[in-house]
Design a protein around this ligand. Structure first.
Ligand SMILES: O=C(CO)COP(=O)(O)O
Length: 140
């Protein structure tokens, strides 16, 4: 079981909902997280149970970042809006930076998300199970 987070900016919400519907079967069985509104929208349209953090502008990106800092997040699908400034841009940059610090797979557009989810389905993420196994205190 891997820890997966969904995040989408407002103009990308419909895109992430449709994406998660399309790959719902792949996400079943994993522990799912999201920022507040993104998770609500996904749960309204799927059977998935998602642990929702705060809304992004109120600190949700940072809450997910805290798990990333501990290397406890295995995959992040973060559909960013590249055409609109966000009030919490520093939080977004911080989250992506921490993904690079820990080497955590993160998709910021739908094309990359699709490739990563197909890899997840194929079992290509099993190396993350080893990260959990050899890091004491990390939740399975
Ligand atoms: O702003 C966000 C990510 O930076 C997303 O937050 P919401 O899912 O609460 O809209």
């Amino acid at each position: 079981m891997l820890n997966i987070a969904f995040i989408a900016h407002d103009r990308k919400k419909e895109e992430i909902v449709n994406f998660v519907i399309a790959y719902e079967h792949v996400f079943h069985g994993h522990k799912l997280y999201s920022t507040g509104t993104t998770g609500l929208r996904i749960m309204e349209q799927t059977q998935l149970d998602i642990h929702r953090f705060m809304s992004g502008p109120l600190g949700g990106d940072q809450q997910i970042g805290a798990l990333v800092a501990k290397n406890e997040m295995d995959l992040i699908i973060f559909l960013r809006d590249p055409l609109m400034a966000q009030p919490h841009e520093p939080d977004i940059i911080a989250l992506l930076r921490l993904c690079d610090v820990q080497g955590i797979p993160v998709a910021t557009n739908i094309a990359t998300a699709e490739i990563l989810v197909k890899a997840l389905d194929r079992g290509d993420f099993m190396w993350r199970e080893l990260v959990h196994k050899y890091k004491p205190g990390v939740e399975e």
